[in-house]
Design a protein around this ligand. Structure first.
Ligand SMILES: Cc1cc2nc3c(=O)[nH]c(=O)nc-3n(C[C@H](O)[C@H](O)[C@H](O)COP(=O)(O)OP(=O)(O)OC[C@H]3O[C@@H](n4cnc5c(N)ncnc54)[C@H](O)[C@@H]3O)c2cc1C
Length: 393
């Protein structure tokens, strides 16, 4: 993993950049908002980013995430560099994942090209969020922290992340003496309609269950996931601390509303199948920032070309995956996944297909969490107690 400090990133581009008499306002300093800021600065606009929290990545906790490398033949890091996003965050390519089917059978998935890049999230040095913030600030964007924006009256980029939980991930972050390794387990016992994962890199680990339903039983599924990995791969840890979060994966509707452009999860750009939304956020943010800075009207069309087909296809795939049940998943993993290159296979599954997009229209909407389903004064990762209280008022 290479690490570059923010101080060394002032580029010639900053000096040579044309100056536009335009200010782009952005709500949210997540991956979508910060990539929008970087693109808008590169196009020569002044940039103001409003972030409601005290720092970037504050909804994450240093957990490992995967920057997927299968939705396009182009390597994701090359795509980011092409968009002007410098890959100065710590990252390591992952070629091999050990997979457990619902019956607990183990098999290896090996890919000749990286399946994903392991990155960390949160405000800490070396994380993806830190790198994006560093680049945006070095290139001249102003980030206003602890500044919640309700509405962008004069337009701008709305990149405020998910609004409701359609998927949650919860688990533990920890230290360990285990060797580096990447594991995934499928099965309703551990993660109803989802999957569990264990990622170990250089003495740090993330173990979590990713649920698409039964959110109220989150703790039980986390405990089962931990026990499973203890049993199967000898999970050992110290300094474990719980973490969690949620995402929303709805159909993409309009991504422009007057002079407001929506990007990232705020627009519905998320991988409905497995929740790998980072790449979608970075790409859509970058497209939005550039379009707005240059006064172009191409954002909707460019999103349609690059992201909307992926989104619709993933919605159909999610429906299929949840209908399969454990027996179906065992069969599919056995017949079609075992022994294949997982990157190529995922590439085919995710590839936008017209018939899947059409059928996705028939897929019932994801169940919306209603206010009475939220807890009260709890600490679970998806619950919006405060929002529920506000709704009740
Ligand atoms: C636990 C977990 C694990 C995940 N793992 C993966 C993974 O392995 N791979 C992957 O690709 N994706 C993963 N994801 C999904 C990925 O993190 C998201 O898709 C991505 O962060 C979305 O980026 P975003 O910029 O759209 O939103 P966010 O990252 O949510 O950023 C939005 C920002 O806007 C701010 N904000 C919100 N409202 C306002 C307001 N009114 N005013 C000012 N600021 C505001 C928020 O504080 C936040 O900083 C995971 C998600 C979770 C929760």
């Amino acid at each position: 993993m290479a690490m570059v400090t923010a101080d060394s990133t002032t580029s010639m581009w900053t000096i040579l950049r044309p100056a536009l008499n335009k200010t782009v306002k952005i709500v949210g300093a997540g991956p979508a908002g910060l990539s929008a800021a970087i693109a808008a600065r590169a196009a020569g606009a002044s940039v103001d980013v409003f972030e409601k929290r005290r720092d970037v990545g504050a909804r994450f906790h240093g957990d490992f995430q995967g920057l997927e490398n299968w939705t396009s033949d182009q390597d994701v890091l090359a795509e980011l560099e092409q968009l002007g996003i410098r890959c100065i965050f710590d990252h390591t390519p992952v070629h091999e994942v050990i997979c457990f089917d619902p019956a607990g059978q183990e098999f290896r998935l090996h890919s000749s090209r990286p399946l994903f890049y392991l990155v960390s999230r949160g405000p800490g040095v070396g994380s993806l969020d830190w790198a994006l913030k560093s680049q945006a600030m070095v290139e001249g964007a102003t980030i206003h922290f602890s500044n919640r924006k309700r509405k962008l009256e004069d337009g701008g980029v709305v990149a405020e992340g998910p609004h409701r939980p359609d998927v949650i991930a919860a688990g533990f972050l920890f230290e360990t003496d285990m060797a580096d390794g990447y594991y995934v387990a499928v099965g309703d016992q551990l993660a109803p309609a989802g999957y569990s994962y264990l990622l170990i890199w250089q003495g740090r680990g993330t173990v979590a269950t990713c649920l698409f339903k039964k959110f109220h039983d989150e703790r039980e599924y986390v405990d089962r996931t931990v026990e499973f990995f203890k049993d199967k791969v000898g999970l050992r840890w110290s300094s474990a601390r719980p973490f969690g979060g949620s995402g929303n994966s709805s159909r993409v509707k309009k991504v422009t509303l007057g002079s407001r452009l929506y990007a990232g999860e705020a627009a519905g750009f998320q991988d409905a199948l497995f929740g790998f939304g980072l790449r979608y956020a970075l790409v859509s943010g970058s497209l939005a920032g550039r379009s707005l800075a240059l006064g172009l009207t191409d954002y909707e069309e460019r999103c349609r070309q690059r992201l909307v087909g992926l989104n619709n296809t993933a919605i159909f795939n999610r429906w299929l995956y949840s209908m399969l049940g454990d027996r179906g998943r065992c069969l599919v993993l056995d017949r079609f996944v075992r022994g294949r290159d997982p990157r190529r296979l995922l590439g085919r599954i995710y590839a936008p297909a017209r018939w899947k997009s059409l059928l996705s229209m028939l897929v019932p909407k994801f169940p919306l969490m209603r206010s009475e389903q939220y807890h009260h004064d709890c600490s679970c990762s998806w619950c919006r107690c405060q929002k529920a209280a506000a709704l009740a008022r």
